[in-house]
Design a protein around this ligand. Sequence first.
Ligand SMILES: Cc1ncc(COP(=O)(O)O)c(C=O)c1O
Length: 375
Amino acid sequence: MTLAINDLNVPYRLLLGPGPSAVHPRVLRTMSTALVGYLDPEWLSLMDEEQALLRDVFQTKNTLTFPISGTGSAGMETAFCNFVEPGDTVVIGCNGYFSERMCEMARLYGADVKRIEKSWGDVFTQEEVEAALAANKPVKLFALIHAETSTGALQPLEGMGEIAHRHGALLLVDCVTSLSGAPLKIDEWGIDLAFSASQKCLGCPPGLSPFTAGEKAVEILHRRKNRVPNWYLDLTLLEKYWNKERVYHHTPSTTLHYGLREGLRLVLEEGLEDRWVRHRAIAEYLWEKMEALGLKLFIRREHRLPSLTTVCVPDGADDAAVRTRLREAYNIDIAGGFGPLKGKIWRVGLMGFSSRRENVTLLSEALREILDGRK
Ligand SMILES: Cc1ncc(COP(=O)(O)O)c(C=O)c1O
């Protein structure tokens, strides 16, 4: 039987949703480089370079810093399967969709999960965290989402490491939607564990989850009573490939790593701080444009994410119909809300290569035409 399958013909979309974001052309070009084997000396030195770049972008000196094979959720699962043992108390700040995923994973690995709750879009104060950790002693791990992609809120992290450590807990941070798009200082802020994703502010395709663990966390990992109950994500095995031992674990996607290495080089070429400033400036331009259209923003200004803005769907507008018009008439991709925010917000991502002034101009003009009933 002959299958009549045509050449791949994907329409161009301007990716202004919660991720993936547009991939930088230099990353795409680099990804067409020929493969080498996973123990080729050339490849091994590329691994060292990728780790060094990643440490700079994470602002850390942590030895255990490398990308996990898989998307952001693989990084999240790596944190829970390696650092939780059955019966450990894990406190999780719950204020959006991704903290729910954390709770689910922590439970799967046997944690006694204690939730601290805020409504979607709110953030936690130091006092609230202090009280939650004091009330649940001893706490093994305290987890927060830095950039909650489901709500558009940026959780302040300064001081959280100190509080966690005072209560004997490790601080775990999900920085999937913030790494290189908003200030994040792993060492200075006392963050013990963090994971991100390649497809957001780093401007690469999905498939790798940058991960870092501090010395104290690694010591705890090495003192586990039980084996890590996940073979693929077991850091005690993975670190033997990423450190000087170079013990084969699984075949890495050379192509994705070439891309991430280039994406990280681009971050440092731009300058990490300049990149944070760009993301913020472009987001502010979007906020101004949305307000000029009479639209309200869901998050209070002081807690808004620079990489993802949540815009309230105005009364009388059909959430899904507007997004469909944007896609069909303008090739622009944005997302709606989910959970309690379904039908109430639009999520506009301005991440990495997508974070450009002209994209905001185009989106706001398109929205103006659609909302005026002209398109
Ligand atoms: C804050 C946050 N955490 C975790 C994830 C999960 O990442 P992935 O979809 O790459 O597995 C996402 C995805 O958007 C996210 O925004």
